[in-house]
Design a binder for this molecule. Sequence first.
Ligand code: SF4
Length: 245
Amino acid sequence: MAAMTHPAIRVSEIFGPTIQGEGVLIGLPTVFVRTGGCDYRCSWCDSLHAVDNQYRHEWEMMSVDAVWQSVVGLSGGRPVMVSLSGGNPAIQPLGALIERGHREGYRFALETQGSVVRDWFAELDVLVLSPKPPSSEMATDWAAVEACVQAANEKPQVVLKLVVFDESDYAYAKDAAARFPRLPIYLQPGNHTPPRPGNADSAVDLDGITKRMEWLVESVTRDRWFEARVLPQLHVMLWGNKRGV
Ligand code: SF4
């Protein structure tokens, strides 16, 4: 039988294993496949090197086979959680990669803002929907986020993850929770000193992040918002803005 050919995947970087630094899988050893390109331009994006066309020359069109060989090499052939991130990984054709990895016992999580819907979301193990709050200066298409939840079709675990910088982001997070009452929700203080591409090891204001974390904890307890979980970005606490960890 002739080998099936699958569309190539635009990749910014593949790295790991390291721990997942945020959200529902925090602390879990993970290999990251970061795709290139995003339909958003958040004001505080912490992965511009995978978003801005200016860095396109660093991205590579890779076959499913090539991406898979890289993941297997990094994990030593031991099944591990694979995080599909970006950019917006939903704009890449990732269905065949997920199928390939599942055959070998790997698991897949994908994080997206929820602007682009794919039927292969149902093949994931974990779908993290991270709609972007007002501080991002992006507008949310809630119908698209809802369509992402529908596409998952109750197969993967689906969770919400909201970055919160200020009161209006906090109100947005509450609105998101009200729209999707069945989804677990994770809140995370925003990093107001994100890395600049080309200066991937730039300083991070940990004091500022910690203050925002404290304020978030106070806010959810004051409001008796007992369904919300508040988590920092562990990788930022450990390694600042360093890339590839
Ligand atoms: S959606 Fe994510 S990757 Fe895209 S610009 Fe916003 S923060 Fe960056």
